[in-house]
Design a protein around this ligand. Sequence first.
Ligand SMILES: Cc1ncc(C[n+]2csc(CCOP(=O)(O)OP(=O)(O)O)c2C)c(N)n1
Length: 575
Amino acid sequence: MGSRTLHPDTTAEAYLELLADRGIDVFLGNAGTDFASLVEAFAKFERDGRQAPRPMLVPHEFVAVSMAHGYYVAGGRPAAVMVHVNVGTANASTAIITASRANVPVLMTAGRTPITEEGVLGARDLHIHWAQESFDQAAMLREYVKWDYELRMPIQLESVVDRALELMLAEPRGPVYLTLPREVLAARPGAVTIASPARRQSRSERFPDPARIEEAARILARAERPLILVSAAGIDARAVAGLIDLAEAGAIGVVEADPIYLNFPHGHPLHLGYNQSGSTNPSLAEADAILVVEADVPWYPALGKPAEDVPIIHLGVDPFFSRYPMRSYPCDVPIAATPAAALPLLAEAVRRHADRHAGAHRAERLAGEHRQRHAVWQETALQQAGKSTIGFAWAARCLGEVLDESTVVVNEYPLDRRFVAFDRPGSYFASPHSSGLGFGLGAALGVKLARPQATVIATVGDGAYFFGEPLSCLYAQRAHALPVLTVIFNNQQWEAVKFGALGVHPDGVAKARGRFPLSALTPSPRFEVMAGTVDGYGERVESPSELPAALKRGLAAVRDGQPAILNVQCQRAPA
Ligand SMILES: Cc1ncc(C[n+]2csc(CCOP(=O)(O)OP(=O)(O)O)c2C)c(N)n1
């Protein structure tokens, strides 16, 4: 087994060398006085040309964690984030909730105000060092991280960092939180010998219970109208291939339930559309067997659900979503497994049990449904082309028209997948279901960081745009050469809030008066002007016929290295 001996001047130096050794290549920082020895260490590495994670300043903590999130989902590599003590942690917390609910690993770290009041290098020397101390700094995040700890002594460095990485990457994955006191970072640890490569590997796929696979396969093979519902399996391209294999093996229709990735190609004849609030998929009520794959909310029981006696199978790394306080979907057959590992086994078993003749017949019927549904969506979008204002369906369709092999879309809210054909795994990332608004802008930067060759488009509502710390994102786009095209679907309101009021009070005063206090975002800012703050490209778009060319101009600017913003005035139901 290999080892390396480091000769750092400080614990901070050893820490950065250790992170690099463990494959952490990006360090997203929002610094304070707690970073003193890290600033010094990075400067030294830069001078000496030594390997360390790339330090990247991000002016808001929420953006830094959202970037780490995008970086992981697009590239499979976790990043380190470091923020300033308790206050930085608080700013980051919404993004940590998001990472937690999406099982996204983030090495989340924060300084810890100096422990000592005098007498040690790094001891307190500012008023903040008293006022920023918490009784329990990690308490703020404890519900949403898998593990938290404080680095108490330099000698613990390797074991503590390896424990963090081990748990972050063990399934189900998620963020971990480590606090780093200033005196410990500044301490002189002497020579440090570390195992290299690490001997704390925890990446391990979960394989399914063979009896459950067999049971599920019989159910799916015997059914006349089996259905797959999926939200999040597509983070792994192998799972997309597995889903195609399974769907074809059993002639099973697939519905994406509020998808946060591309799970199944939109153009595949077995793709039967989407299940989302406001448009319950008709296949749900018709199904006589259901397989749920990595879907926390496969349907909305209050709006539309499967018939009573339909057998239901749940497949996922944690098919019970153990960290959700309440979730009561019926489960007759649980399959706790990595989808990429389980789906091929299930496909093989279904193929063994399936009646080929019935399957061929059903595949034909489903292809007809697919064509018919797609035709209706196409018609809806095309109808909006002739309106005088831009409709969401038309806007989505126009965006679909400019996508190519190089484009990746990060979507926060407005882009309705019915009107845009995503077919490639890894070409679409949406806001996870915890929906802490603002995710999209930072996540898009992380995607660009992971895939420098890609053209990244962030689609956001005007509401989401405000929440995304747009100026910090624009700064990071220019400073770190991560240009993104941001398309704001600007309906000048928080329409979700209005829909919420209408849903709970369908005959209320708000509806009768057409007034929804606390939901209007007027007067709407000239968002496109913000691009000018970083010498980017900005444009306001008002008419349906202008949109295709405006999208092309925005893309050309981004491909030329400029951040770009299109402020698209649009409505769900255009005039
Ligand atoms: C941090 C945070 N605050 C508030 C909300 C509640 N919320 C959900 S959707 C929404 C409005 C989003 O507005 P926009 O992006 O313009 O989309 P629209 O609702 O108009 O479709 C709000 C405020 C939230 N999800 N997250």
